[in-house]
Design a protein around this ligand. Structure first.
Ligand code: C5P
Length: 284
């Protein structure tokens, strides 16, 4: 039965991000706390009896074959040897180059969703190993739970985080992640911290090690971070461009979002400990 299945691909926030080293392959070893929020793209997956993989939605700036969703589907096909294919459609809400992990999350939803539809029954750990070939942030979206991450972001330990309401602001520009990671001013050999200290909130220098560089390279992000910091501690997610602050109540978040919304695209989103994707498929 080739019945379409629509699944969420949630955004993530990096509640903190500490860079601890640079590896020979150019990637950085880091420590981060990942949390999902209820701001999602949606993927509709329809299995096909022939092996074709077809993405029907256009995603600006990315060719069909380079789209992470198409690459994920082909990777899973090759890995499993399935003769099946799929038609894929993305309903996009998450900004590109925004630090919310949109592309990685889309790829993870394709892997987890097609594993289900193609009845491959591969364990999530195996899908996460495959996903790492597509990007350092893909494994956490397959893991599906708030996590303390080390390595390049793929060594994951499940944690329970508080679940505040977040104001998420997009300052209207996109950041080059490799550009930030390659900036000579990025501290690359700092000491690891313990998970326990990160979970306690840590010192300000552990908030997001990319923040100072990103503020310098992208003045509109500095402006938005400074504006939000007047209302609550503001942080960058990943290498940006999005930034966020946590609020105890939805009303408090909405009040700030209304002000921010006069200047920038802004969302109010709830922090989650389990991914809506995994909730939808009955994992965890
Ligand atoms: O893996 P992903 O495609 O998301 O990474 C984009 C770029 O970010 C990489 O090419 C690399 O330059 C940088 N990066 C890094 N260390 C990480 C994750 C990403 O240097 N842990």
């Amino acid at each position: 039965m080739n019945t379409p299945l629509t699944l969420p691909a949630p955004a993530k926030l990096n509640r903190m991000l500490h860079i601890v080293g640079r590896r020979d392959d150019g990637y950085h070893s880091l420590q981060t706390l990942f949390q999902f929020i209820d701001l999602c793209d949606h993927l509709t997956l329809t299995p096909r009896d022939n092996g074709a993989i077809q993405l029907t939605s256009e995603v600006s700036g990315v060719s069909h074959d380079d789209n992470l969703v198409v690459r994920a589907a082909r990777l899973l096909q090759n890995h499993s040897g399935t003769p099946l294919g799929a038609t894929l459609a993305i309903e996009k809400q998450l900004p590109m180059g925004g630090g919310l992990g949109g592309g990685s999350s889309n790829a993870a939803t394709a892997l987890v969703g097609l594993n289900h539809l193609w009845q491959l029954n591969l364990p999530l750990e195996e899908l996460a190993r495959l996903g790492l070939e597509l990007g350092a942030d893909v494994p956490v979206f397959i893991h599906g739970h708030s996590a303390w991450a080390e390595g390049v972001g793929e060594q994951l330990t499940k944690v329970m985080l508080d679940t505040p309401w977040f104001v998420v602001i997009h300052p209207g520009i996109s950041v080059s992640t490799p550009g930030v990671f390659q900036d000579p001013q990025l501290t690359r050999d700092s000491r690891p911290i313990t998970m326990a200290r990160a979970l306690q909130g840590g010192a300000p220098k552990w908030r997001n090690d990319c923040e100072a560089i990103v503020k310098e390279r992208y003045p509109p992000i500095a402006e938005a971070l400074d504006w939000l910091a007047q209302h609550a501690p503001s942080r960058l997610t990943g290498t940006g461009a999005c930034l966020f602050a946590a609020f105890e109540t939805q009303q408090a978040a909405q009040a700030i979002a209304q002000l921010a919304g006069q200047r920038w695209p802004t969302w109010v989103a709830r922090g989650l400990n389990t991914s809506p994707l995994h909730d939808a498929l009955g994992y965890l």
